[in-house]
Design a protein around this ligand. Structure first.
Ligand code: BMP
Length: 222
């Protein structure tokens, strides 16, 4: 039962990290935050919860050389880096994977997205991404949307039990806590529902409880 907080703004970020440390499993540093204060200051947030799992959400989508150059700014400070899958393997994701492996940093691939427009194109590539790109690249984890639990289920079925599935879309985008976990995800990514809450700690605790209840229900076949 996993919960990762998406930090997309530096404002309140250190308070949120301190407040939720020990309750959540990890933190995802988003591009708005990284651009707001730069990589160095963003990575300093880790000192408020050093034992958590830290992810840099660069959503890389470029030639291998450039993705490696961007990732090199963050390796050592985070446990994992997110890239898009649609750029393909040769000259792109294979280079990134090799580089991250050499730096003991995990690669997470976006395979499907949570917003409605993802159905216009990205989602149409999902079978090919899961059948061809993901097996060739061998990411530690993938991102699949909590707003589309059937895509989480498909991702789990096709990639098997060893790949971690991280699912955004819980809270502000409408998915209920636990819905992606019930569909086979390992972690739900929650941003604004926690970061914009008056009491991020209580909100994170409440989401944990709701995840547990949902899992009991779905394990019971409800
Ligand atoms: P929120 O819970 O505030 O909607 O934030 C969701 C987080 O997950 C954001 O950081 C966003 O970049 C990320 N995300 C998403 O919402 N949908 C995706 O398909 C992939 C994402 O990484």
């Amino acid at each position: 039962m996993g919960l990762i907080v998406a930090l997309d703004s530096y404002e309140r970020a250190s308070d949120v990290v301190r407040a939720t440390c020990g309750i959540v499993d990890g933190f995802k540093l988003g591009l708005p935050l990284l651009l707001e204060v730069g990589a160095e200051r963003a990575l300093e947030l880790r000192r408020f919860c050093s034992g958590a799992f830290w992810v840099a959400d660069l959503k890389l989508a470029d030639i291998g050389h450039v993705m490696v150059a961007a990732a090199s700014r963050l390796v050592g400070g985070v446990d994992a880096i997110i890239a898009h899958s649609f750029v393909g393997v040769a000259g792109a994701l294979e280079d990134l994977k090799l580089f991250l492996e050499s730096k003991s940093t995990k690669l997470i691939l976006v395979v499907a997205m949570s917003h409605p427009g993802a159905a216009e194109l990205y989602e149409k590539l999902l079978d090919q991404i899961l059948d061809e790109v993901a097996p060739k690249v061998g990411p530690w984890g993938v991102v699949a949307p909590a707003t589309r639990p059937e895509l989480v289920r498909l991702t789990r079925r096709k990639l098997g039990p060893s790949v971690k599935i991280l699912s955004p879309g819980v809270g502000a985008q409408g998915a209920q806590p636990g819905s992606a976990l019930c569909a086979g995800a390992d972690y739900e990514i929650v941003g604004r529902a926690i970061t914009a809450s008056e009491d991020p700690r209580r909100k994170a605790e409440a989401i944990r409880v709701a995840q547990g209840r949902a899992l009991e229900r779905c394990a019971g076949g409800a």
